[in-house]
Design a protein around this ligand. Structure first.
Ligand code: S3P
Length: 455
């Protein structure tokens, strides 16, 4: 369970082609950032297209606890009346970020240079995830953190009363760590510099610039050097959140493996730091086209058109592409099961510290469904045997991980015996309309009554 409800057993089975239009919800990464930066600006930030998934709603709740006014209008848009850079009030209660690593790590950064003490916690998945990757660089500003062994939640952070700006090279490719340092740097006088060796999603940089911060990005031999001048007066913005490419991945991949399918997924951001999956699928021979290419809010956007692709081939997915598709490997491993030959994922160690150990979760479930897979610390190989080759029939364990649950439900739509998932409730964290959206396309996906044995 995601911390918000009871476990929900689900299953999916093959049934005719998928067809129609899939309007996926707003981008989760951009939604978190819009709320947090809105809370750090003085005045009203207006947001349309906000993802109303549990992860983002937990961040909205947290922003209220820090003193911002955050509310939803009847038309589905949101407003945030912020308290200004460094203006966070001390919450009277523990901040519970539910399932969201992005939520907790970005909020830790945002409060790290305010003179307040805050205790953070999360659900059974989040309390297992490493926080030292964020608290280590925050300590350089003068922030203190006391948590459980191994830097785990629950954890109390005491913000620096007199923060000093830092220069920090991010040791792992992580947009969350980069963003936490930049958000902390907002309330430190002088220049905070973050260096990342590999480019990760750049929504924080783009949005900080939009809010009026002085931020420069330089490509150097050391990597991307991001320089932020602290203590700007952030100006409230009107933000239109684009649809989430990481959610688009599910209907796109389902269409590629379900015979006869033809699905359009409109308005998907093709920011190069996010779009690695789609180029990888094209390299595998997928019939996936980008239509109506345009620019919206400074981001490249297209309508994705995916059709059944029986001739996909296994390929090597290079390590230097990992950051641009890090959340998409679970569903790519499903597609690779229906391709012919070996698909090798290289340089994917970060998958082991997501909402679950995603390498282990996919290896276990795919083997149970009759797929030949192999894995090591930072790699995974799926040996696909072409269309019709996957037996399925297993009940796969989601480990409180939305993307694992959705990936196996996609697999079940093309596997001969369908697939069960022990708990689909975490899907509500990022893609609350996944079930009706897939059903509308023609997918046979449903909830099981508790205790029932999946097909
Ligand atoms: C995210 C960054 C990525 C990604 C997560 C969202 C973000 O995590 O997996 O789903 O919004 O910054 P890491 O920073 O751990 O790579």
């Amino acid at each position: 369970m995601s911390g918000h409800g009871q476990p929900i057993a689900m299953r999916s089975r093959p049934r005719g082609p998928l067809s129609g239009t899939a309007n996926v919800p707003g981008d989760k990464s951009i939604s978190h950032r819009a709320l947090i930066l809105g809370a750090m600006a003085v005045g009203e930030t207006k947001i349309t297209g906000l993802l109303e998934g549990e992860d983002v709603l937990d961040t909205a709740k947290a922003m209220r606890a820090f003193g911002a006014e955050v509310y939803r209008h009847e038309d589905g848009s949101w407003s945030v009346h912020g308290v200004g850079t460094g203006g966070f009030a001390e919450p009277s209660q523990v901040i519970d970020c539910g399932n969201s690593g992005t939520g907790v790590r970005l909020i830790m950064g945002a409060m790290a240079t305010c003179p307040i003490a805050v205790t953070f916690t999360g659900d059974a998945s989040l309390v297992k995830r490493p926080m030292a990757r964020v608290t280590d660089p925050l300590a350089l500003f003068g922030t203190q953190a006391v948590g459980r062994a191994g830097g785990r939640l629950p954890m109390t952070i005491v913000g620096a009363a007199e923060p000093i700006p830092v220069t920090y090279t991010v040791p792992v490719p992580s947009a969350q760590v980069k963003s936490a340092v930049l958000l902390a740097g907002l309330n430190a006088p002088g220049k905070t510099v973050v260096i990342e060796r590999e480019a990760t999603r750049d929504h924080t940089e783009r949005m900080l610039t939009g809010f009026g911060a002085d931020l420069t990005v330089e490509e150097t031999e050391e990597g991307r050097v991001i320089t932020l001048t602290g203590q700007p007066e952030l100006k409230p913005q009107t933000i239109v959140v684009p649809r989430d490419p990481s959610s688009a991945a599910f209907p796109v991949c389902a269409a590629l493996i379900v015979p006869g399918s033809d699905v359009l997924v409109p308005g998907i951001g093709l920011n190069p730091t996010r779009a690695g999956l789609f180029y990888t699928l094209q390299e595998m021979g997928a019939d996936l086209t980008f239509e109506n290419m345009r620019e919206e809010g400074g981001e490249p956007v297209a309508d994705l058109h995916a059709r059944y692709s029986p001739d996909m081939k296994g390929i090597d997915v290079p390590a230097d592409r990992a950051a641009s598709m890090i959340d998409e490997y679970p569903v790519l491993s499903v597609v690779a099961s229906f391709a012919t030959g070996a698909t090798r994922f290289l340089g994917v160690a970060e998958l082991r510290v997501k909402e679950s150990d995603r390498i282990q979760a996919m290896v276990d479930g795919l083997i149970a469904c009759g797929v030949a897979v192999d894995a090591g610390d930072d790699w995974m190989t799926v040996n696909g045997d072409g269309p019709g080759s996957v037996k399925g029939g297993a009940t796969c364990v989601s480990h409180l991980d939305h993307r694992i649950a959705m990936s196996f439900l996609v697999l079940g739509m093309a596997a001969r015996e369908g697939v069960g998932v022990d708990d689909g409730s975490p899907i509500a964290t990022s893609f609350p309309i996944f079930e009706p959206l897939m059903q509308k396309l023609g997918g046979d996906i449903a909830r099981e009554t508790l205790g029932a044995v999946p097909a």
